[in-house]
Design a protein around this ligand. Structure first.
Ligand code: ADP
Ligand code: MG
Length: 342
């Protein structure tokens, strides 16, 4: 195994706008990278270039020292020792779980003791040893997806590529599968690249999150860092829940702002005349006290709390959580405990 290196990779399908441009990312060996971004931003195209189903029109991809592809040459997918898990994970209905998992080995001519051992190990990794002789139809949706994972793991791939594997699942199954993926990563030690448009999924699973927009890489960082220090409006808007407000620019270049710094900029006193975008996270807004006057515009009851959209006097939006009941039209005061200058 080795580091996966994307160096200034571009893909232009000849449509007038590049699907991916100038994208550089290193995925360390054994790392779990989430490629996060809205639909159409180029995530699948990146994954397909890593797998070898598309060739880059510029830049290069390496696995360690080995060149996977550049604009003039490309190693075919079957020689890259990677496995790709798709959104729909077709299993053979007439074969047992063990036979489904072992299928890629059969294709490669592996048999006998080596075959049995590898299938056993792959099933153990996804905790399905006890289900080896069942048919897919006798399994739950989550178990079936674990079979698909075991099948991709059985050939000991260097890199596992997953394209929105949870996009069609209900919330409950999604949570179960997130745990499976985390465990799968830890137990297999494989380098993983995981495509998703769901930020909470990316944050929960990955060791590093790469945020893409319109074919470009905007930021790559561990989940806690990208949450604490998002770069720019797009990343700020995509990661976590909050609102971006435009304020009269705070003085100095301190990025982590506190209430004392932000409040005068709302109320019209304060520093320089230029504007700045400030991210105010929903958990940093507390209702009550001496905050800014706001009106509740919409409320979502989430069981443990209410999530509210607030409109300020100047028309801008803030988001807040509240333990006590809120109703549309309520006049409240919003205290900002912290803010991040984008
Ligand atoms: P995502 O997976 O983030 O939704 P894609 O990688 O599928 O995005 O697509 C990125 C862009 O590239 C889109 O504008 C899409 O229409 C375009 N695209 C993807 N595949 C092709 C193709 N084979 N031919 C032409 N355009 C393509
Ligand atoms: Mg896609």
């Amino acid at each position: 195994m080795a580091k996966l290196i994307l160096n200034r990779v571009a893909k232009d399908f000849g449509t007038g706008r590049a699907a991916v441009s100038n994208l550089s990312i290193d995925v360390r060996e054994g790392g779990f990278l989430a490629l996060l971004g809205p639909s159409g931003c180029g995530k699948t195209t990146v994954l397909r270039m890593i797998a070898g189903f598309e060739t880059p029109t510029d830049g290069s991809l390496h696995l360690g020292e080995r060149l996977l592809a550049d604009a003039s040459q490309s190693l075919p997918p079957e020689r890259r020792n990677m496995a790709m898990v798709f959104q729909s994970y077709a299993l053979w209905p007439h074969m047992s779980v063990a036979d489904n998992v072992g299928y890629p080995l059969k294709v490669r001519g592996v048999s006998g003791e080596a075959y049995r051992r590898k299938v056993g190990e792959a099933l153990a990794t996804v905790r399905l040893e006890a289900y080896a002789e069942r048919r897919p139809a006798d399994l739950s949706g989550g178990q079936r997806q674990r079979v698909a994972l075991a099948r991709c793991l059985v050939t000991s791939p260097d890199v596992v590529l997953l394209d929105e594997p949870l996009a069609n699942l209900d919330r409950h199954l999604k949570q179960e599968m997130e745990e499976t993926f985390r465990e799968f990563h830890q137990r297999s030690g494989a380098t993983m690249v995981y495509v998703t448009h769901d930020q909470s999924e990316a944050m929960a699973l990955a060791t590093d999150v790469a945020v893409m927009s319109e074919g470009q890489l905007l930021q790559v960082a561990p989940p806690d860092e990208i949450y604490a220090r998002p770069e720019g409006r797009v990343v700020g808007g995509l990661i976590g829940r909050g609102a971006i407000v435009s304020l009269r620019s705070p003085d100095g270049d301190v990025r982590q702002l506190d209430w004392a710094a932000v409040e005068p900029l709302f109320s019209g006193e304060g520093g320089s005349a230029s504007r700045a975008d400030v991210l105010v996270r929903q958990e940093d807004v507390v209702l009550g006290g001496e905050g800014i006057a706001a009106t509740v515009e919409s409320v979502l009851y989430e069981g443990e709390r209410y999530a509210a959209r607030l409109r300020l006097a100047d028309g801008q939006i803030l988001r807040a959580f509240s333990r006590s009941k809120l109703a549309v039209g309520d006049d409240v005061r919003a205290m900002i405990r912290g803010a991040w200058r984008l």
